[in-house]
Design a protein around this ligand. Structure first.
Ligand SMILES: [Zn+2]
Length: 238
């Protein structure tokens, strides 16, 4: 079956090159995938997502919004108690491209006072290069290669299911949302995605980087320069 081209669901390689030190997939050579959930925790959706994962005996990773953790600390603890991992998704779902480097970094730190993770995922998968390089020494930046688009209420759960299974592969990081916008889609598509992938022989793991070492700033500057050069080359060629 030929794959549909859907840039929203499966990111093209050049986008991943903008953030070369970020994690987009975690291939292991085996059939392993990583479920991730963004924007929670909220009482309307997160407990039901946790129930689905518990029923299927699966561990996942939740990129939490700081102000939701502040509002629902028990729910946040519940996620961790169930064996899942947590990552930072800013304090209030801040979009990096709309604010300064310092404001963004401070917002992430404010969230991390509550979340305490060495993983960060930028809202909408985007931030400025200056912000990216400012946080690399503290966080592993975790993106995704497959997104269900469950937040789009014009889509059906069936489409969200297909969005995942059409693009999934070894090491895929799959993104869902425990948010109000995604409620219908995530709660209906998630069990089907899990069942399908289990049947296909996939195992599910949570994302973790226990041995995360800080990246030296000289290396970071080098990388920054390399990217600027590459972008300049591309602009010249166009
Ligand atoms: Zn988000």
């Amino acid at each position: 079956m030929s794959k549909r081209i859907n840039l929203k669901v499966h990111l093209p390689k050049w986008i991943t090159k903008l953030f070369p030190l970020a994690v987009w997939t975690l291939p292991t050579g085996e059939k392993v995938v990583y479920l991730t959930f963004d924007d929670g925790p909220i009482p309307e959706v997160t407990p039901q997502v946790l129930d689905i994962l518990k029923e299927k005996n699966i561990e996942a990773t939740f990129f939490c919004v700081g102000e939701n953790v502040w509002r629902y600390p028990e729910l946040f603890e519940h996620i961790k108690d169930e064996g899942h991992n947590v990552g930072n998704h800013t304090y209030n779902h801040l979009q990096g491209i709309k604010c300064s480097r310092k404001y963004y970094v401070d917002n992430i730190e404010k969230a991390n006072n509550l979340i305490g993770s060495n993983m960060f995922r930028p809202p909408h998968g985007l931030m400025k290069q200056s912000q990216y390089y400012s946080i690399l020494n503290k966080y592993k930046i975790v993106m995704w290669d497959v997104i269900s688009c469950d937040y789009d209420s014009d889509l059906s759960p069936e489409t969200c299911f297909r969005n995942v299974i059409d693009y999934v592969g070894d090491g895929s990081i799959i993104t869902f949302h425990d948010s109000l916008k995604a409620e219908q889609n995530v709660l209906n598509a998630l069990p089907k995605v899990i069942d399908y992938l289990l049947e296909e022989g996939y195992t599910f793991r949570k994302i973790e980087f226990p041995g995360l070492k800080p990246i030296k700033s000289a290396t970071v500057q080098q990388k920054f320069q390399e990217i600027r050069n590459n972008i300049n080359k591309l602009i010249k060629r166009a």
